[in-house]
Design a protein around this ligand. Structure first.
Ligand SMILES: NC(=O)c1ccc[n+]([C@@H]2O[C@H](COP(=O)([O-])OP(=O)(O)OC[C@H]3O[C@@H](n4cnc5c(N)ncnc54)[C@H](O)[C@@H]3O)[C@@H](O)[C@H]2O)c1
Ligand SMILES: [Zn+2]
Length: 459
């Protein structure tokens, strides 16, 4: 699909600089641990439910990692005696919670392995007696019955309907969205019903928009099943569908009641899709969280191997960063635009190659290398940082350059209609200063942009 491009993650009106520190300094100190001073001193910023064995495994990496986030709180809901009794308990008790702080629209993000087996998590966010699960034909055979079972567990009196959409970005359309409204009306979903998005970013964006508009807004829960959705699209309330003339052109800001991330769902995700999500994880480190980037440098292979504690940590920290940004700038007046590092170049690649050929995260990976190259040419970052960005992207098995079919002219013509163009000047998110700092600006030497495009394109 070609035409006017809306930035995937939206666009913004103002230039400005952001640092990793500015918002996280606002983190609040929380409750103290009843057990294990090691963990307490780690300033673990999540609600964590652990048995003793897990505690031993969990405490040490968390101490080493340090941690930061939108809210700092910690609960270990067991006394020492209970912990000893629980040594052989299954891992499902471990859970991390990140809060998205939006006043009376605040919500929790639950993160952990096997959370779909904890029915109370879902049930407490379903207010009415009717639920509509929106999913697709690929995900339904894998996870739909588990979600229905969780909703009905313990004889819970709730009527559950589901609608299965075709799979793929090309189906993120008004036409396919109508199937959700059709099902909702046919099954008499009322004002107190809950819509549940079960799937990746496509399903999350579509179900969210359906929930925002059906009966002028109904309760909504996100169960993201791709890494991309777990670290990015399910958090922050951007919902919508594509128009034939442009991506994500129709939509609404609409926040969910909760986001439930069961990392076990990533077991069935193809490697290429996993790597695509890692591109957004790398982004958070580069734009505002140097420590997280350093952690990735030490743990990238564990993430790609789907090691549970590495995945939980990467998702938690990504969500904390996104939650911080969204809490400060929900409707994208400025700061939120920095989440688009690498996306302007990336969107040009997605559009130029035709949607679906390159995954979004793959285009963002190559786009981030291009943004870093331009930042280096401007003298805004040093060569060492560029090399580190190149190396982590390579280790994540993401593309390091645009496809040969992209030439300078196609980049220019696609980027010229980017929504971040203001008064004829293209605003870009570029890296500036030490690791973890970026700017959103039109104030750069255009020669650097020209040189970057020439460097990466054959013609
Ligand atoms: N709202 C936002 O802030 C935001 C941010 C980033 C991206 N997005 C949107 O997200 C979409 C991309 O999301 P995505 O990368 O998740 O793509 P996707 O939703 O198309 O999912 C990728 C593929 O993986 C399959 N899949 C999903 N979960 C699976 C699982 N557990 N096991 C096996 N297969 C599984 C899907 O069926 C699909 O084929 C784009 O439409 C983009 O615009 C939105
Ligand atoms: Zn993105």
């Amino acid at each position: 699909m070609k035409g006017v491009e809306s930035s995937e993650d939206g666009f913004s009106q103002e230039a400005g600089q952001t640092t990793g520190q500015s918002l996280t300094q606002k983190a609040e100190s929380g409750e103290k641990a009843e057990v294990c001073p090691q963990v307490a001193s780690a300033r673990l910023q999540s609600s964590t439910f652990l048995n003793c064995k897990e505690l031993a495994n969990f405490a040490i990496p968390m101490v080493a990692d340090g941690s930061k986030g939108s809210k700092v709180r910690m609960q270990i809901r067991a006394n020492s005696a209970q912990i000893l009794d629980n040594v052989a308990a299954p891992l499902k008790e471990e859970m991390t919670v990140v809060d998205v702080d939006l006043g009376d629209r605040s919500y929790p993000i639950y993160i952990g392995k096997g959370l779909l087996n904890q029915p109370e998590l879902l049930q407490k966010h379903v207010h009415g007696k009717k639920v509509l699960i929106v999913t697709n034909v690929t995900i339904a055979p894998l996870y739909l019955s588990r979600v229905i079972a969780a909703l009905k567990d313990g004889g819970n009196n709730v009527e559950v309907e589901s609608v299965l959409l075709p799979d793929g970005e090309q189906h993120k359309s008004m036409e396919v969205l109508m199937k959700v409204y059709d099902k909702a009306i046919e099954t008499r979903m009322d004002r107190r019903c809950t819509f549940i998005a079960l799937g990746g970013g496509v399903i999350g964006d579509m179900c969210g928009y359906a929930a925002a508009s059906y009966l002028r807004g109904v309760n909504f829960i996100q169960i993201p099943t791709t890494l991309m959705a777990q670290v990015d699209s399910s958090v922050g309330g951007k919902t919508g569908v594509n128009h034939p003339l442009g991506k994500n052109m129709i939509g609404a800001f609409y926040q969910p009641e909760c986001v439930l991330v069961d990392t076990e769902t990533l077991d069935t995700l193809p490697d290429r899709e996993l790597a695509s999500g890692v591109a957004e994880v790398i982004k958070y480190g580069l734009i505002r969280d140097a420590e997280f980037f350093e952690w990735q440098e030490g743990n990238m292979e564990r993430v790609l191997a789907r090691d549970t504690s590495a995945l939980v940590y990467a998702i938690k920290r990504s969500c904390e960063n996104k939650a911080d940004v969204v809490a400060a700038d929900e409707k994208e007046a400025g700061l939120r635009a920095t989440l688009n590092l690498g996306h302007t170049f990336g969107h040009a690649i997605e559009t130029g190659t035709g949607y679906g050929n390159w995954l979004h995260g793959e285009a963002v990976g190559a786009g981030t290398i291009m943004a870093a190259d331009m930042s280096l040419r401007l003298g805004w970052i040093d060569e060492d940082l560029f090399k580190r960005i190149f190396s982590i992207t390579k280790r994540a098995k993401l593309p390091l350059e645009p496809p040969p079919s992209m030439d300078v002219q196609s980049f220019k013509s696609i980027m010229a209609v980017d929504k971040k163009v203001a008064d004829g000047a293209l605003r870009l998110i570029l890296l500036k200063g030490p690791l973890g700092n970026c700017v959103f600006t039109a104030d750069y030497d255009v020669k650097a942009l020209e040189d970057t495009l020439r460097h990466f394109c054959k013609s």
